[in-house]
Design a protein. Structure first.
Lengths: 133, 314
């Protein structure tokens, strides 16, 4: 199962972070997640459920400066058993992009992930997989 | 009084009948199922202390969370199998806390200490793969309904353990140097250990109740081949040597060492140079159990003292 926290006990807004969940408040709004690096990250899947890290809302930002790519990454839970997998899968995939020499992954817990960060496409995928959102 | 004779039940399960309740079993079926579930439960249980020893060697807190999540899964899988044994009239507490270490039914391979991160991830890559091979076959073929349903979750989680093993075997091998050498050393003793785990070759195998009652579908040699079909290419792809190769002539994987052979427990080394031994000698070695048998089972049973105090107070 995905290592999602049970947001229910905090109420429907996923723990008092409703403001952060307005799409305009996302570190990178959904409609600006374009370009080859975002596309590459769309190929990196969660290790446990069939959804990409981008659709799951774990990627906060990706920037390139010369050959160096920097990714801001969060996780669904601090006890997620897949943290190392995800970190390395991102590095492995982005290192295959032309011109990329080094991939730095910044793990961040701010702002917090909530289930509201899952994209509409991701929601549909999860519903088919049997995970209610 | 059982509803069916043994012969009737064997025929029925091979025609698709699924056993759901104890009164649909014959004594022979029940006994074969108990043996299968005991091996499954004990293997999952003892893998927990075995993995824990090496999880302490995790290279970061994130990776320690992954390793301990795997241990938690294994304990849950053990719990599932002991729960199924309770339906058959056995007592879980007695099974876990009331047996001597040598009475547990897990394979000999899990009687050996895993001493570093490389050994843990190779155990995930090789032993958990053996587990998936065996349980995947049971899931596909078993005539026992409750076990089939329980295995859906177990197989999904075991796949995660396998992925953990493969990812780290690749990573450490790519790093080269001492990291790769540690993976090679771990594979050197765990590859033949896994091959032996699948048991007697088919041409020596006594009559198998588990096949007759359709508690599994594949023979020992078929399972061993299935395991090698994915293990050998994985190791070859990351530059790790294994003592087996694909034979075009035989259209199967062939072992490059005397099998079965003796094992030096102190040096963690198979004595290929001493040549083939008899399976009776293998069974004797299994029966003696390995060096960590007592420590692992005691690690599980440590809580017994507390249980007694709580029971006394109640």
């Amino acid at each position: 199962m995905a290592c999602t926290t049970s947001a229910d006990r905090f109420g429907g807004d996923g723990g008092g972070t409703a403001l952060l969940d307005a799409p305009s408040a996302y570190p990178v709004p959904i409609d600006e997640r374009v370009g080859p690096l975002w596309d590459a990250l769309r190929e990196v899947m969660d290790p446990e459920i069939p959804i990409s890290l981008v659709d799951l809302g774990l990627i906060y930002d990706v920037r390139q400066d010369g050959g160096v790519v920097e990714v801001d990454l969060t996780f669904t839970a601090t006890a997620c058993p897949c943290m190392a997998f995800i970190h390395y899968d991102i590095q492995d995939r982005l290192q295959r992009e032309p011109g990329v020499e080094d991939v730095r992954v910044n793990e961040t817990w701010t702002p917090a992930w909530t289930k509201a960060r899952v994209s509409p496409e991701g929601r549909e995928t999860l519903r088919k997989f049997g995970v209610s959102m | 009084m059982a509803r069916y004779t043994d012969e009737e039940l064997k025929e029925k399960v091979h025609n698709g009948f699924i056993v759901e309740y104890p009164d649909e079993m014959t004594e022979g079926y029940r006994k074969a199922l108990i043996v299968q579930l005991m091996v499954q439960a004990d293997t999952e249980l003892v893998s927990a202390p075995a993995y824990f020893g090496a999880a302490k060697d995790a290279p970061s807190t994130n990776t320690m969370v992954s390793a301990t999540a795997i241990i938690q899964d294994e304990l849950a899988h053990a719990n599932i199998a002991y729960r199924l044994l309770e339906d058959l009239g056995l007592d879980k507490d007695q099974l876990v806390y009331g047996r001597q270490p040598h009475e547990f039914k897990h394979p000999y391979g899990f009687d050996h200490p895993l001493e570093n991160w490389a050994e843990l991830v190779v155990a995930n890559g090789l032993y958990d793969r053996a587990g998936i091979t065996l349980l995947g076959d049971v899931f596909k073929n078993t005539s026992y309904g409750p076990l089939k349903r329980a295995l859906v979750k177990v197989d999904q989680e075991e796949t995660f353990h396998l992925r953990h093993g493969e990812m780290w075997m690749k990573r450490l091998s790519n790093a080269g140097g001492e990291a790769k050498a540690q993976i090679q050393r771990a594979v050197d003793w765990m590859f033949p250990m896994s091959v032996e785990w699948f048991g007697l070759p088919d041409d020596m195998k006594r009559h198998s109740g588990q096949l007759d009652y359709k508690l599994k579908g594949m023979t020992n040699d078929e399972l061993r081949q299935t395991w090698m079909q994915s293990t050998v290419p994985l190791c070859e792809s990351i530059g790790i040597d294994v003592p087996a190769h694909w034979s075009e002539a035989d259209q199967k994987y062939v072992l490059d060492f005397a099998f079965p052979c003796e094992y030096d427990e102190d040096e963690k080394r198979w004595l290929f140079e001493e040549g083939e031994i008899g399976w009776d000698q293998v069974f004797e070695r299994w029966k003696r159990r390995g060096p960590s048998n007592k420590a692992f089972v005691e690690a599980i049973q440590d809580g017994r003292g507390f249980r007694k105090q709580l029971e006394a107070a109640a």
